[in-house]
Write a protein of this length. Structure first.
Length: 171
């Protein structure tokens, strides 16, 4: 069976109620992150047909608030698979009460690792992009991965990305 991006598409909607809101009357960010992680994980599970764990969440920027009574929709699909891990792109949008058009809330890129029955990373099949948009996301996923690995290497060596001296320790 081919492992196409389309087979990993996942969508979920939530009706935002007062219990979901923070003290300012907007959707609590942690709740949104939890939903993004769940929908992303379902997409990853559809690809590997097995267990996955979240390794990272990148570029999660809240662009618009979500208000009480809104319908929040979260969509996810696997952008690219690597040896043991895969990047899942997630987009959240809201339909506020009385609105006819959804509003983009945020985009996030999550990395999941596939696990075998012993909880160890396992090899996973590549994902096959079929459309221009899927190919663009596939190509961009490699750029983001290389950036993450480069940053981890720089930080692991004790370097700061800007190469400036470290500030003195706090007293």
């Amino acid at each position: 069976m081919e492992h196409t991006v389309a087979l990993t598409h996942t969508e979920s909607s939530e009706f935002i109620l007062s219990g979901d809101l923070n003290s300012l009357g907007y959707l609590f960010g942690g709740k949104l992150v939890s939903w993004i992680d769940k929908v992303g994980a379902i997409s990853a599970i559809r690809h590997v047909r097995g267990a996955v764990v979240t390794l990272s969440i990148d570029s999660l920027i809240f662009k618009k608030p979500v208000t009480n009574g809104s319908i929040l929709t979260i969509r996810a699909s696997v952008n690219r698979a690597f040896r043991h891990s895969m990047e899942v792109g997630v987009v959240a949008s809201t339909l506020p009460p009385g609105s006819k058009e959804p509003v983009h809330v945020c985009t996030a890129y999550l990395t999941f690792v596939a696990l075998d029955a012993n909880g160890k990373p396992k090899d996973i099949p590549p994902v096959i992009p079929e459309t221009e948009a899927e190919q663009r996301r596939y190509d961009q996923a490699l750029i983001r991965r290389n950036h993450r690995l480069s940053l981890a290497e720089q930080l692991g060596k004790g370097k700061r990305p800007d190469e400036s001296p470290r500030p003195p320790p706090l007293p």
